[in-house]
Design a binder for this molecule. Sequence first.
Ligand SMILES: C[S@@+](CC[C@H](N)C(=O)[O-])C[C@H]1O[C@@H](n2cnc3c(N)ncnc32)[C@H](O)[C@@H]1O
Length: 289
Amino acid sequence: MTTCETAAPRPAPLKRDDIPGWFFSLDRAAFGHLLTAQSTAGVTGDILELGSYLGRSAVLLGDHLRPGERLTVCDLFDSDAGDADNAAEMEMSYRKTLTRGAFEANYLAFHAALPEIIQAPTSVLADGRIPAGSCRFVHVDASHLYEHVAGDIGVARAALAGDGLVALDDYRQEHTPGVAAAVWEAVFTGGLRPVLLTPSKFYGTWGDAAAAREVLLGRDWREEGYTVDEDTIAGVRVLRLNHQVKAPVQPSAPRRLALDLLPPVATRATRRVLRTLRERRAAQPARTV
Ligand SMILES: C[S@@+](CC[C@H](N)C(=O)[O-])C[C@H]1O[C@@H](n2cnc3c(N)ncnc32)[C@H](O)[C@@H]1O
């Protein structure tokens, strides 16, 4: 494998959000809840991530390691991809910014030691180097090509212990139909049971999905500003989690009626005056009683 162009060194991140990547607060909350619940319940096991980029999700996975547990990450980083489609994907999305050195620097900004790093296509994991049944959580977020994702799901299945959880990224994005195909194929023909859907990730298990859903429902997500919905897919219950959408503030009904009845020029002028008054009010120091 040859090394490709190197990216300019970037300063070490000060906080986790400074690490570039696609791991957002909703899934951070879901990962945190599920991994903490496993630890609280005394579930032990390793954690595996396929596709780490600059470490944004790996750093959080590392936060949840308990004594004796190991995090393994597998990524091409600055190595060549094994086929032309994967190479094109790497070129388009990651090459300009991704090096193994940058991943390591980011990870070490938050943890004392690096995880186990396998710098290679995820297909190498099919050789069984991750001991069967050794993992409690696997995050699949590498190639978006159907054949690769199907293989990655197979690796996750072999690596996971009975009730272990898999999180599959980009299962419903417009530009990743191959991921969708591989994920739903695993559900309908491979025994994967859905547990939770977020806009970015599918969470499932080959074990007890009902127990995993109960773990999620044990938290009052709505109170914290999330929406929780329940769907049934081919007879299987699945939760959906998202952020609550804040309703835009509407002008009061009489004020809107007045604005609607005025001719357009007068409406524009009135809106300008109202805006100026609002801005002046906002600029005034707070009144003390
Ligand atoms: C979407 S990024 C991962 C984002 C990361 N999990 C995060 O949350 O910030 C996808 C990563 O998969 C890696 N990748 C793509 N194809 C791969 C393959 N066949 N084998 C291993 N890694 C691959 C890329 O190098 C890239 O770092």
